[in-house]
Design a binder for this molecule. Structure first.
Ligand code: C2E
Ligand code: MG
Ligand code: MG
Length: 264
């Protein structure tokens, strides 16, 4: 127990120092329509650790969430994305992009989350419609009413919501009906074997139909091949993200990609 506590406290110090010393960066992964137009991107966190090199969220997000580091992390990510949106707002090739941020259950449960987001959005002076928050089903299990209230307040301001990793959690249909969502994201685990596993194909199709009937948008993540994309198009999904289009990229490379290939 003591050694776990010690590890946490060392991690927390390291993490907070990382934020102060600008060791965190956002990578952007493009999201496209079926005629290959860029509609937005997902911002994905990377930690350029001075000793451990480039770290992926899988290596540190969970620990960050279990410590007080989650508070400044939330602040940093939202500020970084809003400042980027402000810079893009007067550049026609980027001003239409909607940027999605991953919000963990711990982040979303912070009591002042709504005020925190709205004050950053106001300070950056951005159009809130350019900002999308990705939640997972795990965020919504507890205190459903409180979560719905928070989502409604943010949506009222123009911010949209996507349900990430859809189909991997509890996926309760009665919950889904109550949530003020804009989009379902088909999890990459279903997309991966969509051509070889009839169950995954059926699930992907069912999610698309469900989104349609609830009047929600739907985006497939983890699309790696043209064949997977073609299957999704035929099934009625018209927005995608995945290595077929691009890996997550650092800012300059992402901007170059949007300029070159996907300009509208
Ligand atoms: P996610 O939100 O489901 O993000 C998608 C993950 O799939 C990303 O991994 C991305 O690099 C990867 N991916 C994208 N396209 C493909 C593909 O075609 N094939 C395969 N095999 N993988 C693909 P990443 O960046 O390592 O992020 C992992 C998870 O970490 C994210 O899953 C998200 O839950 C979390 N995460 C990332 N950034 C943040 C953040 O800023 N805040 C919080 N709270 N969580 C974050
Ligand atoms: Mg995500
Ligand atoms: Mg996902």
């Amino acid at each position: 127990m003591e050694s776990i506590a010690l590890k946490r406290s060392i991690f927390e110090k390291d993490f907070l120092a990382g934020i102060e010393q600008n060791q965190f960066v956002l990578y952007y992964q493009i999201q496209v329509t079926d005629n290959a137009q860029a509609i937005g991107a997902e911002a994905l966190l990377r930690w350029q650790h001075p000793h451990h090199g480039m770290m992926l969220p899988g290596d540190f997000i969970q620990l960050a969430e279990e410590t007080r580091a989650v508070l400044p992390l939330t602040q940093w990510i939202i500020e970084a994305v809003c400042n980027q949106l402000a810079q893009w707002s007067n550049q026609p090739e980027f001003s239409h992009l909607v940027i999605a941020i991953n919000i963990s259950p711990q982040q979303f449960r912070q009591h002042d989350f709504v005020d925190q987001v709205l004050s950053i959005v106001r300070k950056a002076g951005i159009n809130p419609q350019r900002l999308k928050l990705e939640l997972t089903e795990h965020s919504l299990i507890r205190n459903m009413d409180e979560m719905v209230d928070k989502m409604s307040a943010l949506r009222h301001a123009g911010i949209s919501f996507s349900l990430d990793d859809f189909g991997t959690g509890f996926s309760s249909l009665s919950y889904l009906k109550r949530l003020p969502l804009d989009q379902l994201k088909i999890d990459q685990s279903f997309v991966r074997d969509v051509l070889t596993d009839p169950n995954d194909a059926a699930i992907a199709k069912a999610i698309i139909t469900l989104a349609e009937s609830l009047e929600l948008g739907v985006l497939a993540e983890g699309v790696e091949t043209k064949e997977q994309r073609d299957f999704l198009v035929k099934s009625g999904c018209h927005a995608y993200q995945g290595y077929l289009f691009s890996k997550p990229l650092p800012l300059e490379s992402f901007e170059a990609l949007v300029r070159k290939k996907f300009s509208v």
